[in-house]
Design a protein around this ligand. Structure first.
Ligand code: BES
Ligand code: MN
Ligand code: MN
Length: 455
């Protein structure tokens, strides 16, 4: 479509400047200190929706951070694509590891560095710009509804409620999301699944106060030692997870499916070098791509207790804590796994300590079929702009709301992500390649076109 190309190239600089402006707003959803910035970001997203040509756009308040909703209905008889993204970002710390300010975006070597550059402001904004391209050239092939939330990074609880309350408003034929990654620009790919999540927090309590480790050490259970032992026991010598029943419902893949997953381009040496590790680790009997795509995992996300200040302090801490999350695969239930974890953790606690286990947010895994009209439209769009057939992959990350799109709205999702695994999402120096940003804006209109043509 020449008109799309022309409009995009005539407005390239502005498309980039506007994204940088959005990245300057520190919309950190987890930290209440940024509540007003999060709101300001929602307002900015709404303004961009209107500027892109939406008939209406609104900031919808929730019990937490607002949801921004906009739509352009060209003809009620045409199919409708519901676009989803998030404008909230992860906290930026540790700040000292950033080479430039997390909310002071800079472009270096063709890459945009800022918190949210890839996850998900950069990717979400491609949709607003793609909508602008189609609307301003009067070539929108379908109706577009666009919903951008401010709580993805904290579990999307209020969006779940919003879906329940707005089924009619959100009526569509498919959900389109750009919040995942590709293998590379040379090997474009589409994630055909996401893992679920069960996020837990544990506390091990020992004596009623911190103790002198010489006076009492060796005679009273040390909560930090006990916690480490308990955590260590949750993987066996083959790195299988030892929680009873954990694997019971795990979907077993056929040899053919496993072969397909392992046929994706992947260089183990490059992987190790890029991460600075001398070897990989993981569940025996599975490859790295399987370990991150189709197998469940258990990871410690944080652990603390006792003295961590400067110098040395001989203390036996009264308690120790950890945040532990499990990535889940199809058929595992987040609630069931959380219950299993709690029962197991309480059971393995030795005498002399008391443990408490609380569950944070969770979400279910999803697989998106690779033979649906929507997936095929996405594949054709990639084919058009990359000149290559996309490779289906299984993503390791989680977007809990995607399972609810199906459960609450009855809608399948297409994960048309343009990030790269090394974009440092959630890490210092998050980046998004300028090339990927424009490639996304170029590709998205073709998805709408090809998807509409299937009706
Ligand atoms: N965009 C990510 C998820 C993602 C990243 C999927 C890369 C596939 C590839 C999303 O913003 C995210 O970080 N989700 C969280 C879960 C949420 C409940 C905090 C995650 O995966 O940890
Ligand atoms: Mn994201
Ligand atoms: Mn994220």
């Amino acid at each position: 479509m020449q008109a799309w190309k022309d409009y995009q190239s005539q407005n390239k600089d502005r498309f980039l400047e506007e994204l940088l402006d959005l990245l300057r707003i520190p919309s950190v959803s987890a930290d209440s200190k940024y509540k007003d910035d999060v709101k300001r970001c929602a307002e900015a997203v709404k303004d961009y929706m209107l500027k892109a040509g939406c008939d209406k756009a609104e900031v919808c308040p929730t019990a937490g951070h607002p949801i921004v909703y906009g739509e352009k209905i060209v003809d009620p008889k045409l199919p409708t694509v519901l676009v989803y993204g998030h404008y909230d970002v992860q906290p930026a710390d540790p700040l000292n590891l950033w080479t430039s300010g997390p909310f002071d975006p800079v472009i270096k070597d063709g890459r945009i560095f800022a918190r949210g550059a890839c996850d998900d402001k950069g990717q979400m904004f491609m949709h607003i710009k793609a909508l602008e391209v189609m609307a301003k050239t009067n070539s929108l092939p379908c109706n577009v509804k666009i919903m951008v939330e401010g709580e993805e990074e904290v579990g999307s609880n209020n969006l779940g409620i919003f879906l329940e309350q707005n089924k009619e408003k959100l009526k569509a034929n498919v959900v389109l999301v750009s919040d995942t990654s590709m293998i590379s620009m040379e090997h474009p790919s589409i994630e055909s699944g996401l893992r679920g999540l069960a996020y837990m927090e544990v506390e091990v309590n020992g004596p009623n106060r911190d103790l002198h480790s010489g006076v009492y050490g060796g005679a009273v259970a040390n909560p930090a030692t006990i916690l480490c032992k308990m955590i260590a026991s949750m993987h066996d010598e083959n790195n299988h997870i030892t929680i009873p029943g954990f694997y019971d419902k795990v979907q077993v893949l056929s040899d053919g499916e496993r072969k397909a997953i392992n046929s994706a381009p992947f260089d183990l040496d490059e992987y190790k070098t890029e991460l600075g590790v001398s070897d990989v680790w993981g569940e025996k009997g599975y490859t790295t791509l399987e370990r991150t795509g189709i197998r469940p995992t258990l990871e410690v996300n944080g652990i603390w207790g006792g003295y961590i200040g400067e110098g040395a302090k001989t203390v036996l801490p009264a308690k120790a804590n950890a945040k532990i999350s499990m990535r889940l695969v199809p058929n595992q239930s987040s609630d069931e796994i959380a219950d299993m974890f709690k029962a197991h953790f309480e059971k393995i606690a030795p005498a002399g300590v008391k443990v408490t286990v609380t569950a944070h947010h969770g979400g279910e895994a999803v697989v998106t079929p690779t033979d649906s009209p929507a997936y095929l439209a996405a594949a054709k769009a990639i084919m058009t702009t990359f000149g290559k057939e996309p490779i289906p992959t299984r993503g390791g990350g989680s977007i809990p709301i995607v399972a609810l799109f199906e459960k609450t709205l009855g809608l399948k999702t297409v994960l048309l992500g343009f990030g790269l695994d090394n974009d440092n999402i959630h890490s210092p120096n998050e980046k998004y390649d300028v090339f990927n940003y424009f490639k996304g804006i170029e590709t998205i209109p073709y998805f709408h076109k090809y998807f509409a043509e299937t009706f």
